[in-house]
Design a protein around this ligand. Structure first.
Ligand SMILES: [Mn+2]
Length: 258
């Protein structure tokens, strides 16, 4: 089977360069059974990437709130692209990020896509995978873990259902911009924490641990017992345009060039 993983696109405005690049990339994904067929793809699409499952590893959107079918208008083009992918027979799965959560109301209920609020575990052929955004890996960051718990509480869930959407989008957009200005743990340090966590998981039960969050595209291979095991952070779709491609037992970290 073939699977593709991306994370941290932090989509905001449909005219942003990274958003446009991601749309081009998504348009190139086809179900393996369709590779040979003549598809009505955009003429600009050079390559076709055969995929059974697309896994989105969190912070795909820079913020997320919706009400029923009403979503932030700037997100309509990418949601159409994901729906088109689904209609081509590709299964779409989301892990929630620290920027985008409460995704199931829309993506599962309306579009039938799978959402993992924190951890996803699944098999790719006989490879046992642990998949998450990774924002809960650093247990030392107690302040963040507390905030995360509060933001995802039943109280906040009910509150956001009652507030006007336009206000929520304004608050979320401003909050996201403000969080970028504050001092955070450097990406490289965060990547170290994530890969150390993954290495421990690989020694116990998983063949691959796949995380986002640190924006660093890194794949580490280990030979444990008779098997190859993988610790992967997916990079991002802001600077790296990286994706992980799984095909019949092998992982490859790739970079999209439009
Ligand atoms: Mn993140």
């Amino acid at each position: 089977m073939k699977a593709l993983f991306i994370a941290d696109a932090h989509l905001k405005n449909s005219h942003d360069a990274n958003y446009q690049k991601l749309l081009m990339f998504l348009a190139s994904l086809v179900h393996p059974s369709e590779v040979e067929k003549q598809l009505d793809l955009q003429p600009t699409i050079q390559q076709r990437i055969p995929v059974d499952d697309l896994y989105i590893g969190g912070d795909f959107f820079d913020f997320w709130f919706c009400r029923g079918r009403e979503v932030y208008p700037e997100f309509v083009p990418v949601i159409s692209a994901l729906t088109a992918i689904r209609d081509r027979g590709i299964r779409v799965h989301f892990a929630e990020g620290n920027h985008d959560f409460f995704l199931a109301d829309y993506f599962t209920r309306m579009l039938g896509m799978e959402v993992y609020p924190e951890w996803g575990t699944f098999m790719l052929d006989d490879c046992k995978v642990l998949f998450s955004h990774g924002d809960t890996v650093d247990r030392q960051n107690v302040q963040y873990l507390r905030l995360r718990k509060l933001l995802r509480s039943a109280f906040v869930y009910q509150l956001q259902r009652r507030l006007p959407l336009s206000l929520l989008w304004k608050i979320a957009g401003a909050g996201s911009a403000a969080s970028k200005g504050t001092a955070r743990i450097p990406e490289e340090k965060l990547a170290e924490i994530l890969h150390a966590f993954s290495a421990a998981k690989l020694r116990r039960e998983f063949d691959a641990v796949i995380l986002g969050h640190c924006h660093q595209p890194i794949m580490k291979e280990y030979s444990i017992g008779s098997r190859k095991r993988y610790s992967i952070t997916l990079g991002d779709w802001i600077r790296h345009f990286s994706y992980l491609y799984y095909e019949d037992g092998n992982f490859r970290l790739c970079f999209f060039e439009a």
